[in-house]
Design a protein around this ligand. Structure first.
Ligand code: BES
Ligand code: ZN
Ligand code: ZN
Length: 505
């Protein structure tokens, strides 16, 4: 679909639907909603007076214009309490309104810029949020279904603004929001694909195709290269699978003095290996490459938006299968940095592949990265701690974490820090190797982070555990059923923050 900005009077738009809005408690609407109300001879105020529309958050009221306006229908979207309104609410409202428009079978939709009127929010940020919310809210994953001829998709959203002085900011906002929304949807496409479609080979191919289109450098390495690099930890996971593992490297050169390294977990299916998972729910493990997908998708947006910073992303990609050559509990393997690992549980495979991903990216960057972030669906324990509301983060650097938190907040994604108290490290001590790959049930997400820390040199680093937020069961705001696309937008905002050009205003 296309989102564009047009200068003009919303009452004159001849689209299938025009969207205006209303704060809770307003009885006589002003601004664009007021103009539409006047053109409808007070129909909106009348419905409000009759109690049919109260402006509650995401309450939708449809009015048929019966020839009084060029557009046949008007949607009055409730914005809730004015004092609680912010850019996150604009994004969610745009998503809900867009889905409403689709249910109404509208192909061409015009909207005002929610939040930029009496709410007094920044026009650029609101336009960005409308583009993100619309694209993410309308996302569907239908490619394996027979098309239904009856389905109508919203083809066009026209952000209509009367004030010519605002057009430039709105256009920049829509352009940026489109890039971010499409990147999140790209990550969703990768994560929603079943394991037999997105194998390590296919993940690498899709990264390569994206890189070609976006102007990024991309290299994909095979098993012999991993052997040369002594990636014994990654290979120990790949050994049980008939699918060849791939090591994906993407490079963006934006200049500047910082170099951000991103590492994404690319397990295209996690059976657990010899420590096999129970059958119930195992299909969800097709999404165990969500961290890798997020990193690849963030690189696409970074390549388009061009922050002044270098960014290198790596995704070790493999299946975790219980084959005849699979790693067995008790096996000892050696990672690229020379440290030995006792594999107690083959289902704790994410940390094993990330170990070599982290070691490699640090050695591959001249002078090393100035900041490093890994993203992984690493532990079930993070859902126990934070549910499906926030991703977990663990760090060795309070300043970098502060920036990540600010980036997440700007993106409207939630992150919460778990402590890395030295005492937890005890739990991954091994009797036979430098460490073991599991630390027991207690503080499972934190002991996983301590394991990863063994592969982090003296570099500011944040580990993001997104196992609780990778997939959603319900439609809510920008999230739809299926892969969430988290934390693509956070990572892009972070790249801009580290380049000292925060993406706001
Ligand atoms: N991929 C899983 C974690 C996961 C769980 C992701 C639920 C998404 C939803 C990971 O590889 C795993 O199996 N972790 C184990 C670690 C344990 C064996 C220490 C877990 O969390 O149970
Ligand atoms: Zn696992
Ligand atoms: Zn896993």
């Amino acid at each position: 679909m296309e989102i564009r900005v047009e200068q003009g009077d919303i009452t004159q738009q001849d689209s299938d639907l025009i969207i205006v809005n209303l704060f809770e408690g307003v009885t006589s609407p002003g601004g664009a909603t007021g103009a539409v109300d006047a053109a409808l001879d007070g129909a909106i105020s009348q419905v409000i007076a009759d109690g049919g529309c109260r402006g509650k958050a995401n309450e939708m009221m449809l009015i048929h214009t019966l020839g009084k306006l060029p557009a046949p229908r008007v949607l009055v979207a409730g914005m809730g309490k004015q004092e609680e309104f912010d850019v996150d609410k604009v994004r969610a409202l745009a998503a809900n309104a867009a889905r409403y428009a689709r249910r109404q079978r509208c192909e061409r939709v015009a909207t005002i810029t929610h939040g930029a009127g009496i709410a007094g929010l920044d026009s650029h940020d609101c336009a960005q949020a409308i583009a993100e919310g619309t694209l993410m809210g309308l996302y569907t994953f239908n490619r394996h279904k027979t098309p239904n001829d009856d389905d109508v998709e919203v083809q066009e959203l026209i952000v209509t603004e009367y004030d010519a002085a605002r057009i430039d900011a709105l256009e920049r906002g829509v352009a940026r929001g489109t890039v971010l929304g499409e990147a999140a949807n790209f990550a969703r496409d990768l994560a929603n694909e079943p394991g037999n479609v997105v194998t390590p080979t296919e993940l690498a191919a899709r990264a390569q195709t994206m890189a070609g289109a976006a102007g990024l450098e991309c290299e994909v390495f095979d098993r012999p290269w991993m052997e040369e690099q002594s990636m014994g930890s990654l290979l120990s996971v790949a050994n049980g699978s008939a699918q060849p593992p791939k090591f994906i490297v993407l490079r963006y050169k934006g200049g500047g003095s910082s170099h951000l390294a991103l590492v994404g977990k690319g397990i295209t299916f996690d059976t657990g290996g010899i420590s096999i998972k129970p059958a119930a729910g195992m299909q969800e493990m097709k999404g165990d490459m969500s961290g890798g997908a997020a990193v690849i998708a963030a690189m696409r947006a970074i390549a388009t938006l061009k922050p002044e910073i270098d960014v290198t992303a790596v995704v070790p990609a493999t299946e975790n299968m219980p084959g005849g050559r699979a790693t067995k509990p008790g096996d000892v393997v050696t990672a690229m940095n020379g440290k030995s690992i006792e594999v107690i549980n083959t289902d704790a495979e994410g940390r094993l592949i990330l170990a070599d991903g982290l070691s490699y990216v640090q050695s591959a960057i001249d002078g090393g990265p100035t900041a490093m972030v890994d993203v992984a669906t690493l532990t079930g324990a993070i859902s126990i701690a934070l549910g499906d509301v926030a991703m977990g983060a663990m760090t060795n650097d309070a300043q970098l974490y502060g920036r990540l938190r600010a980036a997440a907040s700007a993106a409207g994604e939630k992150v919460w820090e778990l402590p890395m108290f030295e005492e937890y490290k005890e739990q991954i001590k091994s009797d036979v190797a430098d460490m073991k790959n599991v630390g027991g049930r207690n503080a499972g997400s934190i002991t996983a982070a301590f394991f990863l820390k063994e592969f982090v040199d003296d570099v500011p680093w944040v580990h993001i555990d997104m196992a609780g937020v990778d997939f959603y069961e319900k439609v809510k705001g920008v999230s739809v059923k299926g892969a969430s696309g988290i934390p693509v937008r956070t990572l892009v905002h972070l790249a801009f923050m580290l380049a000292n050009e925060p993406l706001a205003g």
